[in-house]
Design a binder for this molecule. Structure first.
Ligand code: UT7
Length: 329
């Protein structure tokens, strides 16, 4: 069975906020943000919502795949910033796209969310339950940022990315023919979860004395950094081993876009030219679950992905969570 990614799409808010813009409203500088992270600017939502960007990214992915909304069996949205607790963002996407046949639900795995959602979709496809899935990573992180905490709020952005994955029954599994998913692995470490946290709403039951203080994203950046540079290369090596593919055979390493120094460190640890690690964080910032599919769509739109190319994708972040995959385009 070949499970192939047949289309991608993305959507970013119109408003672009540069480091220079931020330095006018808080004690920061382009020099600090650029040198510590590689981020130059990010898109921040004004009118856009997690659902509206998800629908737009989904529409573009369907157009790119050349399929209609009625053909989708499954919609999974990975997000930690849905517009509602219920309905899920995925149910909103179902209605927005008119995907009447689909079943839809959300996944919360923070910055690894798209990868977890992709793996879940692959599992449904592999089991024969569904044939076509729309997988979306979408975030409006600006609404859960503590805008008085310069150590976190300058890092993140808003946006959505989508991919259509489908069982391609008539295609053969010959080498070079684009064999789709070759291997996948994912993991979690809930014991260290609080190093990157955003509390949910408090219980306001009248029987409980509880003054409500909304909570925003809180991160021990250095702990997350250490986690990322150790976990990601190890995860990539495991998944390559499982796929029986060497590091040298990989055309691109599509990583979660958190910090250019993390990407450089992973490249160094894998002994791979950093040129093989495409980047979108310079103009998108860290878009959590949306970063991998946005980057993938940018690469697809630029014509960087050819049939048979082997690609590694890897996400990591809150939970703590991580996930990597090797696919043949
Ligand atoms: O997507 C989820 C996964 N998240 C990540 O992967 C994030 C991983 N962590 C990181 O990328 C980095 O740890 C950060 C970019 C978050 C921080 O970089 P750092 O090199 O670890 O900086 P730091 O936290 O050690 O801060 C260094 C200094 C501090 O000042 P002092 O105490 O040395 O005087 C901070 O107060 O930089 C200061 N600082 C800032 N200065 C200007 C922190 N934020 C800012 C800022 N502008 N925005």
């Amino acid at each position: 069975m070949i499970m192939r990614m047949i289309g991608t799409g993305s959507s970013l808010p119109q408003q672009i906020v540069t480091n220079e813009d931020l330095s006018k409203i808080m004690d920061t500088s382009d020099e600090w943000i650029s040198s510590r992270t590689g981020i130059k600017e990010r898109h921040l939502a004004k009118e856009e919502t997690t659902a509206s960007m998800s629908v737009e990214a989904g529409e573009r992915a369907l157009r790119n795949a050349g399929i209609k909304a009625e053909e989708i069996d499954l919609i999974i949205v990975a997000t930690i910033t849905g517009d509602y607790i219920t309905p899920s963002a995925a149910c909103e996407v179902q209605a927005g796209l008119g995907a009447g046949r689909a079943v839809a639900f959300d996944i919360n795995a923070a910055c690894s969310g798209f990868m977890f959602a992709l793996h879940t979709a692959y599992a449904y496809l592999q089991s024969g339950i569904y044939k076509t899935a729309l997988v979306i990573g979408a975030e409006t992180l600006s609404k859960i940022m503590d805008w008085s905490d310069r150590s976190t709020c300058v890092l993140f952005g808003d946006g959505a990315g989508a991919a259509v994955v489908r069982v391609c029954e008539k295609e053969t599994k010959e080498k070079g023919n684009g064999r789709g998913l070759l291997a996948f692995e994912q993991g979690t470490d809930g014991f260290r979860g609080k190093v990157l946290a955003c509390e949910g709403r408090k219980n306001r039951n009248p029987l409980i004395q509880n003054s409500f203080v909304p909570s925003y994203v809180n991160m021990d950046g250095q702990e997350v950094y250490k986690f990322a540079v150790c976990t990601v290369p190890a995860s990539i090596l495991r998944v390559l081993d499982e796929a029986d593919v060497s590091v040298e055979d990989i055309k691109y390493f599509v990583l979660h876009q958190a910090n250019i120094r993390i990407i450089q460190s992973v490249a160094k640890r894998l002994n791979v030219d950093v040129e093989k690690f495409p980047v979108s964080l310079d103009h998108c910032g860290n878009v959590s679950a949306a970063s991998v599919p946005i980057l993938l769509d940018e690469m697809n739109q630029k014509g960087m992905l050819a049939r048979g190319d082997k690609i590694v994708m890897s996400g990591f972040g809150g939970g703590l969570t991580w996930a990597s995959a090797v696919i043949e385009w």
